[in-house]
Design a protein around this ligand. Structure first.
Ligand code: AMP
Length: 279
């Protein structure tokens, strides 16, 4: 596996790949890699000739400075995991390499209503930061295929909008959520859970499954209320638990014809966890 830290060398290498007619699959990550990330690399290899992964903890998407500072960094372990995956090239830039001397007064995007809901309410500015880093990565790498996880479902909708705004020619593939045996969605932040919190953390998934199993016979508002009560009893502080139309994330109160998704975000022992399931 090749590791590039600067854009110029990467761009030159990508040019030579393109001359050979190679199709590029790109998986952007923030590192502390787990099986969820690796499933994206594996999927990428079925669509592309060369799989490129980036590891970059993007400061502009963290609305909470402490969350940024505490974000787990596991570079050696990440590289070991990538060596056992189909990844051929790892891009490992510094903040300066991506943004230049500072990260102030960057461009902004009009992502429409989706930006202001759910994650957008609780993490103001988060999706602008996601847009800023993804524009830079996509314009540099110009992948034919971009792979992202359903785990961050709202982010997928934002990136889909970004691709349309920038007229980027990449196919966006959404990959299913990889879970721990007890149902907890794999996440780099899980590393920060205490043993006790880790035992309770699958409560989010249990709640989502309960709603999925019962939405046909129970009013949505009742189900959501019950879900929130259950989570609060377990010690979660719930930011949102919502049943929404998966196209635009508008809350729905009864079944609609387009696919519905139940999404949750909750804090447990100082760690923010998110998850979702399609109904
Ligand atoms: P992150 O490193 O958290 O920014 O995630 C990088 C990519 O991996 C994003 O597209 C995530 O949605 C995806 N991802 C994170 N966790 C999982 C998971 N448990 N299963 C599948 N994909 C995931």
């Amino acid at each position: 596996m090749l590791i590039f830290k600067d854009k110029t060398t990467l761009a030159a290498y990508l040019k030579s790949l393109r001359r050979q007619g190679k199709k590029i699959g790109f998986v952007p990550t923030m590192g502390a890699l787990h099986e969820g990330h690796l499933s994206l690399m594996k999927e990428a290899s079925t669509h592309a000739d060369v799989v490129i992964c980036s590891i970059f903890v993007n400061p502009t998407q963290f609305n909470d400075r402490k969350d940024f500072e505490k974000y787990p960094i596991r570079r050696e372990d990440d590289i070991k995991k990538l060596l056992g995956s189909p990844t051929e090239l790892l891009f490992l830039p510094s903040v300066e390499e991506i943004y230049g001397p500072n990260t102030v007064n960057l461009e902004t995007y009009d992502f429409g209503k989706i930006e202001k809901m759910l994650e957008g309410v609780h993490r103001p500015g988060h999706f602008q930061g996601v847009g800023q880093v993804m524009r830079r990565l996509l314009e540099l790498i110009q992948p034919e295929v971009l792979l992202m996880g359903q785990k961050d479902y709202q982010q997928v909708l934002i990136i889909n909008t970004l691709i349309n705004i920038l007229k980027i020619n990449a196919q966006l593939i959404i990959c299913p959520i990889v879970r721990e045996p007890d149902g907890l969605a794999m996440s780099s932040r899980n590393l920060r859970l205490t043993e006790e919190a880790r035992r309770k953390a699958s409560g989010i998934y249990q709640t989502l499954v309960y709603i999925k199993d019962n939405y046909r016979r129970s009013p949505f508002d009742k189900l959501v209320k019950k879900g929130i009560n259950f989570l609060e009893k377990q010690g979660f502080q719930v930011e949102y638990l919502t049943i929404a139309n998966s196209r635009d994330l508008q809350v729905v109160n009864k079944p609609v014809s387009s696919p519905m998704i139940c999404l949750a975000a909750a804090w447990l022992d100082g760690i923010r966890l998110i998850d979702n399931v399609f109904l």
